[in-house]
Design a protein around this ligand. Structure first.
Ligand SMILES: [Zn+2]
Length: 288
């Protein structure tokens, strides 16, 4: 009986965290994971989801990213109806897909389409890390490969925003195969001399960093984005060395030649427009 009393007491110990939750009303206020600053969600959204205090770049959903980059009302989605099967009958996979579809209102972890950016036509792909951590299954790979084919046919530049935990384990080898498929589609696009701009956002890891996201003619990343293949601990245990503090950050990769530029979110759209302009073949008469 005495034991029961103690057990009951243990339950009460959860009260402070419940209280803490009440202090930061969900959906109205948001806490910066880097500096701890608490601000209004609306203010944060106005600032392109970048912390005003420390510059931390919060993750963006695919629809938010499209609104930020593409000219208003100029996005036409491709293959929005493609949905993943459950080829390995992986336990709970179908349920998880359904829950993510419900949560994100998206059918998969990437949205592809065409539109204009600063008036320049482009094929655009945006991964959404809310959907199965942005992992690459057969549908993600297929949509990216199809987008690359369309870019090659139309001779439109292809801009792809990555945000991914890597390959999707629930689809096993079929998911790993997407690395080769997307890379081959990009190679075909490359032979057509079509520009590919890869924008790596936090986080871009695993099979995605090891395939299409590193294959840009121009590779750009957002500040402090985590970019890498295997996790830090796995590498440290394998090489038996302590890795530098900034290892696998965008800035580290820029320093070591794996990126062309690290661009603050507030300058990203303008930077992309400049790149599209430079590659449009249009003669700039200086009157723009
Ligand atoms: Zn902050």
């Amino acid at each position: 009986m005495l034991k029961d009393l103690f057990r009951k007491q243990k339950k009460y110990a959860t009260i402070p965290s419940e209280q803490a939750k009440k202090d930061i009303p969900e959906g109205i206020m948001q806490k910066c994971p880097q500096c701890g600053d608490i601000g209004f969600v609306k203010e944060l959204e106005k600032n392109l989801k970048v912390c005003k205090k420390c510059g931390y770049h919060f993750s963006m959903s695919a629809p938010e990213r499209i609104r930020m980059i593409v000219d208003e009302g100029r996005f036409f989605e491709f293959d929005s109806g493609l949905t993943s099967g459950d080829p390995l009958s992986f336990p709970n996979y179908a349920k998880k897909l359904e829950a993510d579809r419900e949560k994100t209102k998206l059918n998969e972890a990437v949205v592809t389409g065409e539109g204009t950016v600063g008036g320049f036509p482009a094929v655009i792909g945006v991964m959404d890390s809310r959907f199965r951590m942005g992992s690459m299954g057969s549908v993600v790979g297929e949509k990216i490969a199809r987008a690359a084919h369309r870019a090659a046919t139309k001779k439109y530049p292809f801009i792809l925003f990555s945000a991914s935990g890597g390959a999707r384990m629930q689809e096993g080898v079929l998911s790993l195969m997407q690395m080769a498929k997307t890379s081959a589609a990009l190679e075909k696009m490359h032979r057509e001399r079509v520009l590919f701009v890869s924008v790596l956002t936090n986080p871009t890891t695993g099979g995605v960093s090891a395939s299409f996201s590193s294959l840009g003619d121009i590779n750009i990343a957002e500040p402090q984005a985590l970019i890498g293949f295997a996790g830090r601990r796995v590498i440290e245990q394998t090489v038996r060395q302590k890795l530098p503090e900034d290892f696998q950050t965008a800035e580290f990769l820029l320093k070591h030649g794996q990126l062309d530029q690290v661009v603050h979110r507030s300058e990203l759209r303008e930077t992309l427009i400049k790149i599209l302009d430079l590659h449009s073949g249009r003669v700039n008469d200086g009157n723009r």
